[in-house]
Design a protein around this ligand. Structure first.
Ligand code: GDP
Ligand code: ZN
Length: 460
């Protein structure tokens, strides 16, 4: 059997081990027609080829030196019933640096193998029709998901988006069929201006309803973006009320310096915290000082003010026995006011939520309250008339849906004017159709893939 030299790829699919850190198992993956040939070169001459979908153990050694490499568990998936659609071998090796380096080194010496590029296994799966473009995109999101809402969005987006965009395409195709008939007809006949409004009568309501569906779908982009990028939650208030202490309690990582000297936190300090399953950046702003003496301090206050105003959730912090002579008040209503240091006395009646960063009292309620606010922010963009709607999972999808909606708007304008040719109106429908086809990867897929696979790791 002869192989083109580059058609079988291999890569370590787990994190490369170092002398400090290694996992128990390291998985090396091979994909392509020479996968079994590579295994045969490393396994004992008498050993039978592996059976598909069964886990077997083989002792592997270097064909040149005959020195043993490892005894990995081996999984074989036979083409086309594999992730990539080609033959796939997984070598579940011991995870130490020496074992992994040894096996990879030996594989690199085989002339019919080459190391895989970033995302090349998935790219093969796409080429062989195992995954759609939307599948690949949501897989990319799943692999980078940190919070539970990011994971949920990634897991559901491929099937939900595919269903929705397929529906769009179907509606557009039926409108297009009518449009092409109208265009043919108006070519054949003498141009009769009274005909211009009537032939589109059945198409107009269809396009209107599709357009309104697209608009409501587009309005979910903000919710998806909040899930992706997260919200900022700012803590603000007078110096020494315990903002930094509260932030530390929230993030439990000591990212902020807590000190008894007022105004230690000169610049905003940030911490990543998952609140209600949503990625949040908690910002501990510098204390607002009214009697800002020097210019640098004044600038700091301005920065803090802008930080608070630009954040998604504003938490005002006051404390028991607060020194009202220091610091300036912030304009605008906070989303939540907490009174810290309730271990020193009772919270004043106008502050509903009493907490103590010191003893942890009230912190659970604080977290819950924050969770409610965060969920309502994400939920607001998510709910539509008919309940939960399909979120626009990616900016790329939003762009194409926006373009398609623009085409439909122009179509409706042109048909209503009745002044332009039927062909120009039909052209808008054709364009809208192309935009939806772009989302699904049916048109111009190459550039999308180039960008997409840049975010994938090697071995995936
Ligand atoms: P910030 O200037 O608002 O960031 O305040 P810090 O977090 O730096 O805290 C100022 C001082 O108040 C420090 O000495 C903290 O130890 C103390 N502190 C913070 N939270 C509490 C609390 O809940 N109870 C008590 N008794 N002291 C606190
Ligand atoms: Zn502070």
């Amino acid at each position: 059997v002869s192989h083109s030299p580059a058609s079988t790829i291999y890569a370590l699919s787990t994190i490369p081990p170092t002398s400090n850190q290694a996992s128990a198992i390291g998985v090396i993956r091979l994909a392509g027609p020479a996968s079994l040939e590579a295994l045969a070169a490393l396994a004992p001459p008498s050993s039978p080829p592996p059976k598909p979908n069964l886990f077997t153990v083989r002792t592997l050694s270097d064909p040149a030196s005959k020195l043993p490499l490892d005894s990995p568990g081996i999984l074989y998936f036979q083409a086309p019933r594999s992730y990539t659609g080609t033959d796939v071998l997984e070598l579940h090796c011991h995870g130490s640096p020496a074992v992994i380096a040894g096996v990879l080194g030996t594989l690199s010496s085989l002339p019919y193998l080459r190391p895989a590029d970033r995302g090349e296994f998935t790219s093969l799966a796409f080429e062989n029709g195992k995954l759609s473009l939307l599948d690949v995109e949501s897989l990319g999101s799943l692999l980078s998901a940190v919070t539970s809402t990011q994971r949920d969005l990634a897991l559901s987006s491929s099937s939900l988006s595919t269903a929705l965009y397929t529906e769009y395409a179907k509606t557009l195709l039926s409108c297009l069929a009518t449009a092409e008939a109208i265009v043919d007809f108006s070519d054949d006949s003498e141009s009769d201006t009274t005909l211009h409004t009537t032939p589109w009568a059945a198409t107009i309501p269809k396009v209107e309803s599709l357009l309104s569906s697209m608009r409501s779908h587009l309005s979910t982009r903000s919710a998806a973006r909040l899930i992706e990028d997260g919200l900022t939650v700012s803590l603000y208030g007078r110096p020494n009320v315990g903002k930094s202490s509260l932030m530390n309690a929230l993030s439990s990582a000591q990212t902020s310096i807590v000190s008894p000297i007022p105004g230690t936190t000169r610049d905003a300090v940030r911490a990543q915290v998952e609140i209600a399953g949503v990625k949040c950046t908690v910002v501990d702003t510098a204390g607002m000082r009214e009697e800002a003496g020097d210019e640098i301090e004044e600038r700091g206050i301005e920065v803090a003010r802008r930080e608070v105003e630009g954040s998604d959730v504003r938490v005002r912090v006051v404390c028991v026995g607060e020194d009202l002579s220091t610091g300036a008040e912030m304009e605008g209503e906070p989303d939540l006011t907490v009174c810290n240091k309730i271990d020193l006395g009772s919270a004043p009646p106008d502050y509903n939520l009493g907490v103590s960063a010191e003893t942890g009292a009230g912190m659970r309620e604080f977290m819950e309250k924050l969770g409610e606010i965060v969920k309502s922010r994400v939920g607001a963009g998510r709910a539509s008339e008919g309940g939960e709607s399909v979120l626009v999972a990616r900016a790329r999808h939003a762009n194409h849906v926006k373009e398609a909606a623009g085409c439909l708007e122009r179509f409706l304008d042109r048909v209503e004017e009745g002044a332009v040719s039927d062909d120009l109106a039909a052209e808008e429908l054709r364009r809208a159709n192309t935009e939806i086809a772009r989302i699904m990867g049916k048109v111009d897929v190459e550039q999308v893939l180039d960008v997409l696979f840049r975010d994938f790791c090697i071995g995936k």
